[in-house]
Design a binder for this molecule. Structure first.
Ligand SMILES: C[S@@+](CC[C@H](N)C(=O)[O-])C[C@H]1O[C@@H](n2cnc3c(N)ncnc32)[C@H](O)[C@@H]1O
Length: 231
């Protein structure tokens, strides 16, 4: 999938995105729980860059937890960003947020951020060098020592246990048994359209984008998360 196709896909998914993921909210809650402490070292009035902000889930969580923080949501899908804008408005946080439809590398202005989040975004960049460049663009917009939290689907898709891991993941999402056909279909999609890589590979890719060696801090099902500082 190229960038345009991916944006179209998320434009289509936007109205139902939160409903689709609601069942998996315990996984997000665990991830956000860690993020509170990891990002909690940032200044009281930190400015956070939310890359691939989607419908705004992580932004809203952090905005509630850190009432003085400001946020810039970067999101290529206009429909996802609209959902995000609406949710932020409903929560009463609009005055603390800026919204930009596009990519980090074209984000206007020179402002440097204290921290950044990139949750379930870089996995869509299949080329590993381009994926490191994605992180490089984030690093370029962070202050020296700035903090990144990144999460993606993380697994060794060539390992003997992958099919069982995937089976469990799909059953969790569906809250039901999943047919062999569905498993094979998603397995193909995850190897063609999503770069599901082992944790060590993802860490190396992030590091190559200008960060310290990423620290893995969370793995739940296929979702793995890291934090790292700008080098
Ligand atoms: C799976 S959603 C995750 C949304 C949100 N971070 C969350 O965890 O709920 C991925 C989002 O990243 C956006 N995205 C895809 N490629 C991107 C890129 N190169 N830069 C920024 N955002 C991107 C998509 O449009 C989509 O909204």
């Amino acid at each position: 999938m190229d960038k345009q196709q991916l944006t179209q896909l998320f434009d289509q998914q936007a109205p139902n995105y939160d409903t689709q993921w609601r069942r998996m909210s315990p996984i997000n809650s665990g991830l956000y729980f860690f993020m509170e402490t990891i990002l909690g070292v940032l200044p009281e009035r930190a400015h956070i860059l939310c890359v691939g902000a989607g419908t705004g889930k992580e932004l809203l969580h952090l905005a509630r937890h850190f009432p003085e923080w400001r946020f810039t949501a970067v999101e290529p899908s206009g429909e996802m960003l609209n959902q995000c804008r609406k949710a932020v408005e409903l929560a009463g946080f609009t005055s603390r947020c800026d919204f930009y439809q596009g990519y980090v590398e074209t984000l206007p202005g020179e402002e440097k951020f204290d921290g950044a989040t990139s949750l379930l975004v870089s996995q869509f960049i299949l080329d590993q060098q381009a994926r490191s460049e994605f992180f490089r663009h984030i690093a370029d917009r962070l202050k020296p020592g700035g903090l990144l939290i990144s999460a993606d689907l993380v697994a060794n898709i060539h390992s003997d246990v992958y099919e069982e891991q995937l089976n469990l993941w799909l059953r969790l999402m569906a809250n039901a048994a999943v047919s062999q056909e569905d498993i094979q279909r998603i397995k193909a999609a995850y190897s063609q359209d999503v770069a599901v890589l082992p944790a060590d590979n993802v860490a190396t890719i992030i590091k190559a984008g200008g960060f310290t060696m990423p620290i893995p801090f969370y793995q739940a099902g296929l979702i793995g998360a890291f934090f790292a500082h700008v080098e």
